[in-house]
Design a binder for this molecule. Structure first.
Ligand code: KIV
Length: 277
């Protein structure tokens, strides 16, 4: 069946229909084209690119220009998939004008469908301004990697009654600010369920259990490509890293034993070579 691109109004439609969907990351043209060929509905070009693509230890240093550089080829590679562009740290925390200007750049320079930014109650007024400027926004609460150090590192959030209550307040504030959906990252399933009971906006969960509308994973994690830290919520649905290493080793071995390149992989036209030596 031909893939039909998910559009922004489908967030609401899928919620009403109770339809589940998936959302993964991509940071380059080739990966985006592979995701585009799959049934996946949404690609996020996340600031996780800082760690997965650039080998940095946090997402904090990636710039707006670097993010735009990652988002552009993904949009080209995935014409049938919704693409969300992540707003990096420092691109929306000065004032609403700066946030609107950064969101404008992401949409206008890349052609992606909407932007995502991290934060709850405190960021909601900024989100309202971006939404009022005509830009669709996905919120992101729970474990928010850009500010993870201020909550004691990469830890499950909402594990106390106060923490759970704050997440509910954050989700309500984002809903009121007009987000089209909210990413819930790394929280007990009971808490994401309670958030879902408190708001009617679609919930996109990563490490947030089963009671959400959409499951999110980083592509390099779910395909078993990334060899760094593996959080509890990451399931490997394939072993691509091993496949890649095995393929590279076959290439190496066949080069050393002369099996490659055989005539099949060589240009075999005979040419009369002038005697120059
Ligand atoms: O940057 C990212 O990959 C993300 C996802 C983990 C949701 O924000």
């Amino acid at each position: 069946m031909e893939k039909v691109k998910m559009k922004i109004p489908d967030f609401k439609k899928y919620k009403e229909e109770g339809k589940k969907y998936t959302f993964v990351t991509a940071y380059d043209y080739t990966t985006a084209s592979i995701v585009n060929e799959s049934d996946t509905e949404i690609i996020l070009v996340g600031d996780s690119a800082a760690m997965v693509m650039l080998g940095r230890s946090t997402t904090v240093g990636i710039t707006l220009d670097e993010m735009i550089g990652f988002i552009k080829p993904v949009v080209l590679g995935a014409p049938d998939t919704m693409v969300i562009g992540d707003m990096p740290f420092g691109s929306y925390n000065i004032n609403a004008e700066q946030a609107i200007s950064s969101a404008n750049r992401i949409l206008m320079e890349t052609g992606c469908d909407c932007v995502k930014l991290e934060g709850g109650e405190t960021v909601a007024p900024t989100i309202r301004r971006i939404v009022d400027a005509g830009i669709s926004v996905v919120g992101h609460i729970g474990l928010t990697p850009q500010t993870a150090t201020s909550v004691g590192g990469f830890k499950v959030q909402g594990g106390t009654p106060e923490g759970a209550a704050q997440l509910i307040r954050d989700a309500k504030a984002l809903e009121e600010a007009g987000v089209v959906a909210i990413v819930l990252e790394c929280m007990p399933s009971m808490v994401s369920k309670a958030v879902g009971e408190a708001v009617s906006v679609p919930l996109l969960g990563i490490g947030a259990g089963p009671y959400v509308d959409c499951q999110v994973l980083v592509t390099q994690d779910l395909l078993g490509m990334y060899n760094g830290f593996k959080p509890k919520f990451v399931k490997h649905f394939a072993g691509i890293r091993q496949e890649m290493v095995a393929g590279l080793n076959r290439f190496h071995e066949e080069t050393l034993n002369g099996e490659f390149p055989s005539p099949e992989y060589s240009f075999n036209k005979s040419v009369e070579i002038p005697k120059l030596y």
